[in-house]
Design a protein around this ligand. Sequence first.
Ligand SMILES: *[C@@H]1O[C@H](CO)[C@@H](O)[C@H](O)[C@H]1NC(C)=O
Ligand SMILES: *[C@@H]1O[C@H](CO)[C@@H](O)[C@H](O)[C@H]1NC(C)=O
Ligand SMILES: *[C@@H]1O[C@H](CO)[C@@H](O)[C@H](O)[C@H]1NC(C)=O
Ligand SMILES: *[C@@H]1O[C@H](CO)[C@@H](O)[C@H](O)[C@H]1NC(C)=O
Ligand SMILES: *[C@@H]1O[C@H](CO)[C@@H](O)[C@H](O)[C@H]1NC(C)=O
Ligand SMILES: *[C@@H]1O[C@H](CO)[C@@H](O)[C@H](O)[C@H]1NC(C)=O
Ligand SMILES: *[C@@H]1O[C@H](CO)[C@@H](O)[C@H](O)[C@H]1NC(C)=O
Ligand SMILES: *[C@@H]1O[C@H](CO)[C@@H](O)[C@H](O)[C@H]1NC(C)=O
Length: 907
Amino acid sequence: MASPPSLFLLIFLLPIGPAVAGCRENTSLAGFEADLAMVQHQVRGVVRIVDGCSFSVRGFDMLAGSDQVRWFGAAGDDLHNLTMGSRISDLPLNRTFRNESLTIRLSDNASWDQIAVLAIWDEATASDFGHVLLRNAGDNETEPAVAPSPDLSPAPSLASDSLVEHKSKSQIHRQPTMFTNCFALSSRFRLRWTLHPESDSVDIGLEATVGSEYYMAFGWTTPGSSSHMLNADVTVTGFTEEGNPFADDYFITGYSECLLNKDGKVEGVCPDTIYEGSDPVGLVNNTKLVYGQRIDGVAFVRYERPLVSIDKKYDVPVNMTQNMTVIWALGLLKPPDSIRPYYLPQNHGKPRETAYNYLSLNLSKEVDNCFGPLDAEDKEDQDIIIADAKTPLVVTSGPALHYPNPPNPTKVLYINKKEAPLLRAERGVPVTFSIQAGHDVALYLTSDPIGGNATLRNMTEVMYAGGPEFEGVPASPTELTWLPDRNTPDQLYYHSLFGLKMGWKVQVVDGGLSDMYNNSVLLDDQQVSFFWTLSEDSISIAARGEKKSGYLAIGFGSGMIDSYAYVGWIDNNGKGHVNTYWIDRKDAMNVHPVSENLTFVRCGQENGIITFEFTRPLSPSCSGKIECKNIIDPTTPLKVIWAMGAQWLADNLSERNMHSVASNRPVSVLLLRGSAEADQDLRPVLAVHGFMMFVAWGILLPGGILAARYLKHIKGDGWFQLHVYLQYSGIAIMLLGVLFAAAELRGFYLSLVHVKFGVTAILLACAQPLNACVRPKRPAEGEIASPKRIIWEYFHIIVGRSAIVAGVAALITGMKHLRHRYGSENVQGLTWALILWVLAFALLVMYLEYMEIKRRRIHRSSLKGNWVLGNSEDDDSVDLLHSERTVTKSESQTSGIMEVQLEPLSR
Ligand SMILES: *[C@@H]1O[C@H](CO)[C@@H](O)[C@H](O)[C@H]1NC(C)=O
Ligand SMILES: *[C@@H]1O[C@H](CO)[C@@H](O)[C@H](O)[C@H]1NC(C)=O
Ligand SMILES: *[C@@H]1O[C@H](CO)[C@@H](O)[C@H](O)[C@H]1NC(C)=O
Ligand SMILES: *[C@@H]1O[C@H](CO)[C@@H](O)[C@H](O)[C@H]1NC(C)=O
Ligand SMILES: *[C@@H]1O[C@H](CO)[C@@H](O)[C@H](O)[C@H]1NC(C)=O
Ligand SMILES: *[C@@H]1O[C@H](CO)[C@@H](O)[C@H](O)[C@H]1NC(C)=O
Ligand SMILES: *[C@@H]1O[C@H](CO)[C@@H](O)[C@H](O)[C@H]1NC(C)=O
Ligand SMILES: *[C@@H]1O[C@H](CO)[C@@H](O)[C@H](O)[C@H]1NC(C)=O
């Protein structure tokens, strides 16, 4: 603010002689003021147009740029117009500016007429650090801004009128990064605020040099509360996994993360909305996110809250003229999960003043003790991809969401699904790209930070690989292999030859995991790399997460349940650990530490990426304990899964350790061959197998048995035909289903329980039509059945019912296999449906049985103890119905079987 008038005068007066030609003293823009929009390098400041040939900046903050950073004038703030712009001052902005005030003279050939956008621009990398729009894009550029001398053109247009009026009010274009106050809470955390007494609200900006997995919390304590933390009304801000900012209203009722008590009450650091359940959301959640960004390793979130909220219960009223106690904290954030669908701030840890603190604050007292921009040690926010031999990097294109070096085109390059990541390559390790970004994108590796063929911009570049022919689409990708060698510089860029700024940096380093291990594969979803080297009786294994996390776990097994897990993490002192576990259920209680004999254990973290290594015997030399069963057999595929999360507390395993991301399915690693294949989702053929078996064993075959048992009293031989058709079609569908499964799995695996039950059921079922062929003749009417016939009946019924029991068992064990492939959640519903189906069937049978008994009682009393079922009555009615009754073979069989209901025996 305090611009020394002498300096101002000096600069103003100095070039007065030669400048007359280019500089028009008068401009309609004079007095125009606007905030600099922060794009990079933590640029802040208020630009004011002084007159036709100079402007001033006050409160100017900026992290040092290269020697080629200048004030620039351009016709628009997009990539094209900014790159076409030109320097308007020769002042190099190659140092850090801390809350400074400067006055800058335009160079001779520049004038406000041609400038719609005033930017801080790095020509070397085509980077926009910050800018001010002098006119709206729609305004005409030449006419209105020029204030011609009165004798020239007559009436200015309406648009120009309003523009002048607008400018004459010298309205400040406010940027969300700008505030009236700033208070340094700690060396890495700042509170900025602007009070709006007229609307009884305050805008708060939280700014900290923390990673994207951290939260920034700030709020007011309840006056008179015994503890600073309890009953405090805080706002928790941070960034989602997708990089979007959030600011939520929280209230603290306990010294823990938000937990549901046994009595159904929530306690801890919980969102206001959780306390009241689904009650009026607007009332309790009244913190409004205004803006958020992560730039240069600095997280920034701006939100607005009312000073006095309608919500008396969970919001502390703020008296802006009074000293009030505020608290703040920085800590790790746990993403929402299905149980708790909101962000869970974790314990901030210690020490006070760097992790948390409380202090007295009076909002209406102006303060600015932030001297200059926050300077993060690690400014690289971009995802990092480490290139390994053998696994091609998939290069695609997609929308620019968080491109690291704005301005940028709308479409940029993605590698392995990550937007413009930092690519790390190792000297001596070939990097393979599978280029499928479209025909308008040709990959090349260049020394030029901007890309898009530097020759076209009259610049020179060194090309290391690629060229115009390296373009492709997913259907026909083009492969590019590049071998960085000893002479490759430490940094170069991958870009498209056909467009500016679509790629990002390539970092070339010496040696790494790829060099040290013989084999490597990517696990599911390309998020974890798995390395190994086999020796005689041991195996060396390394795992590396491909994204930032607090711990990395890999497991041997087809799911989290019943797996042996190896967890690598960094403790609070920065030391790496690797522990082994046996997991038998899906919650924290069932992660059992085991002591495996690991050697050469290492765990490290770089840029948030965890790498761990260990060597273990293929077969543990012990017996009895669970870890002794953790045998690696190199000849069979090893199923590997993974998980990552924010924090691992080895001595206190709890829900906190639960992962935030995990593999969707295991990858089968062929240790000897050095390759891997993903376990496929339930193969459609197996699904068909399951469905056919359900139709056969759940509907047709039991239906046939029911028909035989309960439909006999219905006249005619309908029940027999139904029985025979149902059973034959059931058997046919069942045999088809078996063929499907056997063909898909290439053989029978008799060791599986499911297959055992299945084969038993099939054998029994197939025995039925065979024994039906040899059944003894039915007794003639009125005759008592022959013993042979009765034995056959018994045999037929018992075998049939055992077949059904075995078949249903096979169905249920089949569901178990489904669960193994799909995970329990997805299959649980189906399993229940099957169980319900079986129960419903059982109920139906009971009901029918009951009806049958009743029917027979009535029948028997009317027939005076004729214990052979249904003869006369059936025959009578058959006669009535089929007047031309011809005794066919089937009918004679029918009544034969009818007679041999084993009624007396089942009593
Ligand atoms: C930027 O350049 C494009 C292409 O030349 C042009 O169409 C557009 O109007 C310019 N934008 C502004 C704000 O001047
Ligand atoms: C900035 O650039 C000027 C001119 O090129 C040079 O004299 C000065 O030493 C540079 N300052 C820094 C901090 O690099
Ligand atoms: C801007 O002014 C020029 C003449 O100076 C005119 O041709 C053009 O149509 C104007 N554009 C707009 C958008 O008013
Ligand atoms: C609070 O409200 C905002 C929108 O107004 C919403 O995005 C956010 O998820 C809400 N937070 C909670 C914890 O309900
Ligand atoms: C705020 O505190 C001042 C004393 O510091 C008091 O005079 C004023 O009434 C208070 N305002 C409210 C709204 O409580
Ligand atoms: C408010 O706090 C400041 C120091 O932070 C102190 O100087 C001032 O006396 C306090 N005012 C009141 C009313 O307590
Ligand atoms: C770059 O453009 C120039 C001029 O059009 C052309 O001669 C050159 O071949 C291009 N470079 C590449 C690598 O295609
Ligand atoms: C490159 O240089 C040529 C000749 O000097 C010139 O005609 C052309 O406009 C220049 N192109 C750019 C983009 O500066």
